[in-house]
Design a binder for this molecule. Structure first.
Ligand code: HEM
Length: 208
């Protein structure tokens, strides 16, 4: 009787089309909502109009992030490029987790904040969301502070994520972006040599 285990299917080279569509749609939505948030609080005249865009967009981000987390938990992500060092892998893994956490918490904080202010959360026309926090001025002030802090954290994490991707795509050229892209990027000769080396068994392996 043979004791050999069935070999697991090879890890995909790219994220699934659904994961890539979710990623790029969310990237556009998050950049838009961060800008709208800033314009909202700096332009008093347009506040009322911008808030009617900001709130449904924030709720859409909440729905997208929940779908994305579900998709991520049920689909194997592609491995990192073989030449990517352990520190880079740790930075990528934890900045990604932080982005997911912030994109999950920030809309909930916004929703609770508007609930605490006593205002309705209008999605479209007469479609309102229920309040998820009691109407209370102190709670509103604290949630507003939390919404601002989370927005700054989101700017920083997003900037770090973008800087890492640009470094790998323009300087190291190890094709890390290809895993999430619908197109192909050039590879440096050094990265091409490293790509020939065996791939670590786990994506999360940081000791290779
Ligand atoms: C990922 C989702 C979200 C992001 C990134 C985001 C980001 C922001 C930013 C950057 C500001 C300006 C903060 C400042 O500098 O004062 C802001 C303000 C605001 N956000 Fe959000 N937000 C999100 C979701 C939501 C949701 C879901 C709601 C409500 C349902 C909401 C309601 C508001 C309101 C009412 C303000 C104005 C607060 C005030 O100054 O009175 N946000 N948001």
């Amino acid at each position: 009787m043979s004791s050999s285990q069935p070999t697991p299917p090879p890890a995909p080279a790219r994220y699934t089309v659904v994961a890539r569509l979710l990623h790029w749609t969310m990237a556009v939505m998050v950049i838009a909502i961060l800008f709208i948030g800033v314009f909202m609080v700096t332009s008093v005249a347009d506040f009322n109009f911008l808030v009617t865009v900001h709130e449904p967009l924030g709720i859409a981000i909440l729905i997208f992030v929940l779908v994305r987390i579900g998709w991520r938990r049920t689909h194997v992500p592609p491995p990192f490029p073989p030449g990517m060092g352990p520190l880079d892998r740790l930075a990528a893994i934890y900045s990604e987790k932080l982005l997911y956490a912030l994109l999950l918490c920030q809309p909930l904080i916004g929703w609770a904040m508007v609930s605490a202010s006593g205002q309705p959360i209008i999605l479209f026309g007469s479609l309102h969301l229920p309040a998820i926090a009691p109407q209370n001025a102190t709670l509103f002030a604290n949630l507003l502070r939390a919404h601002i802090v989370a927005a700054y954290l989101l700017y920083l994490t997003f900037a770090a994520h973008l800087a890492g991707v640009l470094l790998h795509t323009i300087v190291i050229r190890d094709k890390v972006l290809d895993r999430m892209a619908f197109w192909s990027t050039p590879r440096s000769s050094r990265a091409a040599v490293q790509a020939e080396r065996p791939v670590p068994s786990s994506r999360n392996s940081v000791d290779s």
